[in-house]
Each structure stands twice: as structure tokens, then as C-alpha cells.
Ligand binder design. Structure first.
Ligand SMILES: [Zn+2]
Length: 168
């Protein structure tokens, strides 16, 4: 079977085994971490403990635990002091020598201390959809007023040429 509980070369299996980023949430089937290349303050990943590539590979138990993880991580995000989080991330020994530009960029954002105004929640389910590590990781991306000039269409913007449409 190609899909075992832990794959040696898989970064997210390392995370799940507690060998990388600290957990911010854990339930029976999932763990969560803050992304160390954050797109926005509070950018988190929800990762199944089992090595599965796709959301369509989740079993019934994982289905049952999925929304518990989504809700739980939102609560953590909404109650985390983002300034302390990212200042602490810059001090992490395991991240020394890695680029820190994303961490520094979010620390400089004017809405760093605000509660999220909205969320983008999603998953790049396959290489053609932009996935770079073949172990499912659902992205919880807090959104803030003004984080992009025009948020209209949201996730439709993964294909910019056809993101916008006329409502009638
Ligand atoms: Zn894995």
C-alpha cells in the first residue's frame, strides 16, 4: 500500500510526528500548525494524522473530525496574539537559516493586531491545483479588510483570467 500512516520523506508526516512545527490544535484525526511562510496573520494548516494526499481519501472517522478541527483552529486563530506569535517564530532555532521574509512581512501589516474580518478556507487538492506536498493540508487563511485591493471573487482568483463575471 502506498498510503501508510507515516512516509519517511513526507514533511507533514514529520510535523504529525512532532518533529517540526508546534501543534496549535489536535483532535483524534487532525493536528494543526501555523504556517511559517504566512500569507496573512494567523495562516494555519489543518493536517490529517494519517498520510493521505487528498480530501477525497479521508475515511469516515476523519470526516467526522474534520469540522471539529476547522472550528477548533478558528478559535485558536481568533485568540492568538499575532505579534508575539511571529516575533517568537523569528526566534525559533529550527527556522534559523531559512528565509524569514514572509514572517517579517506580516509583522509589518497595519492590521496585525485586528481580529480577522473573514476567512478563506481551502485545499489545493492535486499538483495541478498547486499542491506541493502530497499530504493533505487544509489552509485556514484569515482575511482582513484591505489585505488585497479587490477581494471580489475570492478563491475564483486562482484562475485570474476568468475570476470576474457580470451579475445580472
Ligand atoms: Zn505524509
Amino acid at each position: 500500500m502506498p498510503s501508510t500512516r507515516s512516509e519517511k520523506s513526507c514533511y507533514f508526516c514529520k510535523v504529525v510526528n512532532g518533529e517540526a512545527d508546534p501543534f496549535i490544535f489536535e483532535n483524534r484525526s487532525f493536528i494543526s500548525i501555523f504556517d511559517t511562510n504566512p500569507v496573512n496573520p494567523g495562516h494555519a494548516l489543518v493536517i490529517p494524522k494519517r498520510h493521505v494526499a487528498s480530501i477525497f481519501d479521508l475515511n469516515q472517522l476523519e470526516h467526522d473530525d474534520y469540522f471539529d478541527a476547522i472550528y477548533g483552529v478558528k478559535q485558536v486563530v481568533d485568540t492568538t496574539d499575532m505579534k508575539s506569535l511571529y516575533e517568537g517564530m523569528l526566534q525559533r532555532d529550527d527556522l534559523k537559516g531559512r528565509p524569514t521574509d514572509h514572517i517579517e512581512a506580516v509583522l509589518a501589516l497595519p492590521f496585525l493586531g485586528d481580529l480577522p474580518n473573514a476567512y478563506t478556507i481551502g485545499n489545493n487538492d492535486g499538483r495541478e491545483a498547486g499542491r506541493s506536498i502530497d499530504h493533505l493540508h487544509v489552509i485556514i487563511l484569515p482575511r482582513y479588510k484591505g489585505d488585497v485591493e479587490n477581494p471580489s471573487g475570492g478563491i475564483r482568483n486562482v484562475i485570474p483570467a476568468r475570476a470576474q463575471y457580470q451579475r445580472r
